[in-house]
Structures are given as C-alpha cells and as structure tokens.
Design a protein around this ligand. Structure first.
Ligand SMILES: [Zn+2]
Length: 102
C-alpha cells in the first residue's frame, strides 16, 4: 500500500490502537445506570510518554484504520532499512578486519 497524502483532512498516519470505550454518562435515569453502559470506538495513542485517548464517535473508523495501517507499514519499512544498515556495517567491518589479519 503506497503512502498517500490526504490534504483535505491531514489524516495520513495515526499511531496507536483502536479499542472500545465503555462508560456511564452519569445521568441517573439513563440505561447505563443499570449496567447497559455506553460504548464507542476510541483510539489509544502515545502522548508525551503516556497514553492519550480519543473518543471516535462521529469519526470514519475505516479512515482511522487505514491511517493506522499506513503508520505500521512505514514503521516496518523503516525498521527493515535500519536492519539492512546494521548488516551492511557489520559486513564492512568484518571485511576490514579480515584484510588486516591476512
Ligand atoms: Zn448513560
């Protein structure tokens, strides 16, 4: 999946995970007072070393999922490049040591 820009709303990438937020609203006569709690999709995301949460009521979840997937893909690609860098550096250093020995 290629990384595409979404200039209309800037929702290119998201880091975090989707979960279901369950809560009571506090109104005494609401159905949630007797146990049938309100549920809404939410995003847990890293924020300044902690976990921030964002209720996604009204958001298009498929767009959120796509932005999360783009981040995961980009991170995997970056990690693969960094791993290749370590392999190249290791090979280069080993070759240099071998030349010195012989
Ligand atoms: Zn309620």
């Amino acid at each position: 999946m290629p990384i595409q820009a979404h200039p209309e709303d800037g929702l290119v990438m998201l880091r975090g995970s989707l979960y279901t937020l369950r809560r009571r609203c506090g109104k005494p006569n609401c159905r949630c007072a007797s146990g049938d709690v309100h549920e809404s999709p939410a995003l847990a995301y890293p924020r300044a070393g902690r976990t921030g949460t964002l209720s996604l009521t009204g958001a298009r979840i498929e767009e959120v999922r796509a932005a999360l997937a783009r981040y995961d893909l980009a991170r995997r690609e970056l990690d693969a490049l960094a791993d290749a860098g370590i392999a190249a550096l290791t090979a280069r250093l080993a070759a240099r040591r071998q030349r010195r020995v012989s």
